[in-house]
Design a protein around this ligand. Structure first.
Ligand code: NAD
Length: 459
């Protein structure tokens, strides 16, 4: 587990140890020992599976491709988490991402544990046929440890419904006669995927921002005005004001969040900047997000990088370095690309008042502390980007029932679930002096700890 996650889990456990209402039946030495056990269990994964996939390439060469499946904890249900296809993915990162999945599922009451996978490749350097083989090999090598009631992978960076379809088909071939639909989520709809899964994370990211800054502030005005809480003051500063938004990353999560913000009538937002691995595009009057989405669909996911390309789609924007998106003078910055984007060396340049983590762990511990001390609201990954795993859960359920929900039903269920969590954490957040991340972790760790205790895992 990367130190940031471990430190906040430990802080949450320290707070619970002192809380006399939490597991009051545990007293004295037994209480101390149980909390030491909790630290050990939550800070280490149950399993790290590692293989080198043997993949014959089309040029006649055989590659050995490193691949992982990390299973962090399954106290709440089968392990669940995406498989990242990326050249920089490594074991520590996958362990951290798996532990975030455990915490995320616990926070949102999703009956899954935490897992994550990684394949160290740049998918752009392989042909479709080779990628198909890599996906199949991954399932072959890990087939004993995954499955609908053991560990259910999903897409992550660099993978999508195509890879999940391939992987589910391979799982089915390896396990003939066994239920296979629930073995992978994020599949195409025709292969048993859920309507709305592709958009779920981006929609959930925007819903979280909208609910907090619109519905919650309006309904809980008294709570926010009565307190000295620095984050309540920040939120009230933006009340009833149109928000300017910039979005880092324009893939599955970022493009959908940007489109939701563009189409929303709640906050009269203006998406003034978006970025990807190549560029930042900026227009103070707001960008034409639908035209940019349409462009990326025709250009392997990339945004326009030249004035000619912008002219072609009639979009007005200034083009600059990809990092510039982080330092713009905007109200809201949505981070939807990679980990560690805001860190101690660049945090002082960040001007946004609200940061929403669409990606996992995009703000480092030092940067988080610096920003939180200034009263900047950081909406943490485990709260904001859970839409994908929540709809994956619906997909898994639909696969079991072979009954499918309409897209409207999926989004209604998604927003209800996210709202339930927000209604649990936001009142405390605007009342306590703790940042929102700490509040979310305390809720999540409380549930995990109680379950581990009740399952007799702390003796
Ligand atoms: P994606 O591969 O679809 O998109 C990634 C985007 O980030 C692309 O636009 C890419 O060009 C851009 N990017 C890559 N490197 C960059 C850089 N150095 N600077 C700026 N932009 C860069 O991935 P995604 O599915 O949208 O996931 C994005 C993040 O959200 C990841 O951290 C992922 O773990 C997290 N996440 C995704 C989901 C999901 O359902 N897809 C769910 C939860 C969390």
């Amino acid at each position: 587990m990367i130190s940031q996650t471990r430190d906040i889990v430990q802080k949450s456990l320290d707070a619970l140890l002192e809380d006399e209402h939490f597991l009051p039946e545990l007293q004295g030495e037994a209480r101390k020992q149980s909390f030491t056990s909790l630290t050990a269990i939550l800070s280490t994964p149950n399993h790290i599976h590692k293989s080198f996939l043997r993949v014959p390439l089309e040029n006649g060469r055989v590659d050995r491709i490193p691949a992982f499946r990390v299973q962090h904890n399954n106290a709440l249900g089968p392990y669940k988490g995406g498989i990242r296809f990326h050249e920089m993915v490594n074991e520590d990162e996958v362990v951290n991402l798996a532990s975030l999945m455990t915490l995320k599922n616990s926070l949102h009451d999703v009956p899954f544990g935490g897992g994550k996978g990684g394949i160290i490749i740049n998918p752009r350097e392989y042909t479709d046929k080779e990628l198909n083989l890599i996906a199949k090999k991954y399932v072959q090598y890990f087939s004993d440890v995954i499955g609908p009631d053991k560990d259910i992978p999903a897409p992550d960076m660099g993978s999508g419904e195509r890879e999940m379809d391939w992987m589910m088909a391979e799982y089915k071939s390896i396990h003939p006669g066994y239920p296979y639909r629930g073995s992978f989520t994020g599949k195409s709809v025709i292969n048993g995927g859920s309507l709305g899964r592709r958009e779920a994370t981006g929609k959930g990211v925007y819903f979280t921002l909208r609910y907090m800054m619109h519905d919650f502030i309006k309904n809980q005005k008294n709570l926010l005005t009565k307190t000295d809480n620095v984050f309540a003051k920040t939120a009230l500063n933006y009340e009833n004001k149109p928000l300017t938004i910039s979005v880092q990353g324009f893939g599955n999560v970022g493009s959908v969040a940007a489109l939701e913000a563009y189409q929303s009538t709640h906050l009269q937002n203006k998406v003034v900047a978006v970025s990807d691995r190549n560029v930042t595009l900026y227009n103070a009057d707001g960008l034409d997000i639908p035209a940019l989405v349409e462009f990326t669909m025709r250009n392997k996911g990339d945004l326009p990088v030249t004035d000619d390309q912008l002219k072609e789609i009639d979009v007005k924007a200034d083009i600059s370095d990809r990092e510039d998106v982080l330092y713009l003078d905007v109200d809201v910055l949505i981070l939807a690309a990679l980990e560690d984007q805001i860190h101690k060396d660049n945090v002082e340049k960040v001007k946004a008042g609200i940061i929403v983590e669409g990606a996992n762990a995009p703000v480092t511990t030092e940067a988080d502390e610096f920003l939180s001390d200034k009263g900047i609201i950081i909406v943490p990954d485990i709260l904001a980007n859970a839409g994908g795993v929540i709809v994956s859960y619906f997909e898994w359920l639909q696969g079991r029932e072979t009954q499918f929900y309409s897209e409207d039903e999926v989004f209604k269920l998604l927003f209800e679930k996210m709202q339930t969590t927000l209604d649990t954490v936001l009142p405390q957040f605007f009342g306590d002096p703790f940042p929102l991340r700490q509040n979310c972790y305390i809720h999540s760790v409380t549930k995990l700890s109680t379950i581990l205790y009740r399952q007799g895992k702390l003796y």
